[in-house]
Design a protein around this ligand. Structure first.
Ligand code: KG4
Ligand code: ZN
Length: 342
């Protein structure tokens, strides 16, 4: 039974290739979390095909929402607001979730709360650990974005650094393709790297300027491509596992070092990781090791909360809702929505 002070959000996420809906209680408790992944379909094409993603979202969304309501054992009367990702992402994909959210908000006469996808990823940490609170330093690494943030309060943060070119997940996906592993690259490299030697090839660690918290992964990607071409020209077959392990080590060392440096500079006691790449086992292990060494509490969501899901959107919508955010039915999808832009 719903308590009268409880706030239930029905959340919808469709920014890329997962159609997802969830019901979240008071921003922290997941009553349901339904994800319909299109990965198998896009694998056939070696990456996400936007038009196919939109069509699949249309086919799946009603069923996913019904299942989320059913799993949560709630009725629409229990729902206080509809939360939805409105950017960034693939515009056609975003529009499906947004149109659905608006239709529900309108017909059910419930408030609509738009959520920034990356702010959603960050809120996975609040679901993972119910006591976890700002301030902290967060590393948010996904397929489209890489950010290092100083989170001062709920929904209030300073962007310390971001990628200047490829996102961390994008680098994983491109390198995986280059070494013939296919899509989705991140999990495949993660697995292959476990069988490889991370010292086999010395790929560059790109730290940029001394005082910069930005990332750059395109040079590393080019270094991997050059290495592969050279080996091919010499007729030497590459060892996929060794290349995966060596590439991965170069990525995670930079991510971890910058995060620890930022946490020390900001004087926080906690560090959080989020986004699809936060599922990476080597990154999780190295970040844990360095946080232990430096006395930081570390929050890493379970992999199901790192990948795109609607529970994290429900949590972010809750914190916006209690601050008073209400969107009107003319809220539009914004494929390039910047972090910090409302
Ligand atoms: O957050 P997410 O699900 O979607 C975006 O918002 O982009 O992140 C997807 C990205 C993909 O690039 C995928 O290859 C990467 O996260 N990823 C991983 C792992 N699992 C997913 N990267 C490295 N290791 C993993 N285990
Ligand atoms: Zn995402």
């Amino acid at each position: 039974m719903k308590n009268k002070d409880d706030i239930y959000i029905l959340a919808i996420e469709s920014s890329c290739d997962e159609t997802a809906a969830a019901v979240v209680k008071n921003g922290r408790e997941v009553l349901s979390n339904v994800i319909s992944s299109q990965i198998a379909l896009h694998t056939l094409f070696g990456g996400v095909v936007p038009e196919i993603a939109s069509r699949k979202h249309i086919e799946n969304i009603d069923g996913v929402i019904s299942k989320a309501m059913e799993d949560a054992a709630v009725t629409f009367d229990d729902i206080d607001a509809i939360g939805v990702t409105y950017g960034p992402g693939l515009v056609g994909a975003l529009l499906v979730g947004l149109a659905e959210a608006k239709a529900l908000a309108y017909t059910l006469k419930k408030p609509l709360v738009g959520v920034h996808h990356i702010e959603g990823h960050m809120c996975a940490n609040y679901i993972q650990d119910k006591e976890f609170k700002p301030p902290y330093v967060a590393l948010v690494v996904s397929g489209g974005h890489s950010h290092l943030l100083y989170v001062k309060d709920y929904g209030e943060y300073e962007i310390l650094g971001r990628t200047r070119d490829d996102a961390a997940g994008e680098a994983y996906d491109k390198v995986a393709r280059a070494i013939g592993m296919g899509y989705p690259g991140g999990p495949k490299i993660d697995k292959a790297a476990k069988e490889g030697n991370p010292h086999a090839v010395e790929f560059p660690r790109v730290f940029l300027e001394d005082d910069s918290y930005d990332f750059s992964f395109s040079g590393l990607k080019s270094a991997v491509l050059n290495y592969i071409n050279k080996q091919n020209m010499m007729g030497i077959e590459i060892n996929q596992n060794d290349v995966a392990a060596s590439f991965q080590k170069a990525v995670i060392e930079v991510l971890v070092e910058k995060t620890i440096k930022a946490a020390k500079e900001k004087g926080v006691t906690s560090v959080a990781m989020a986004g699809g790449v936060a599922s990476n086992s080597a990154l999780r292990a190295l970040m844990s090791e360095k946080c232990n060494e430096n006395g930081f509490h570390l929050n890493i969501p379970d992999p199901i909360l790192c990948t795109d899901n609607a529970a994290m959107i429900g949590s972010a919508a809750y914190y916006e809702y209690i601050k008073g955010r209400r969107d009107t039915l003319d809220l539009n999808a914004n494929p390039n929505l910047k972090l910090g832009e409302k």
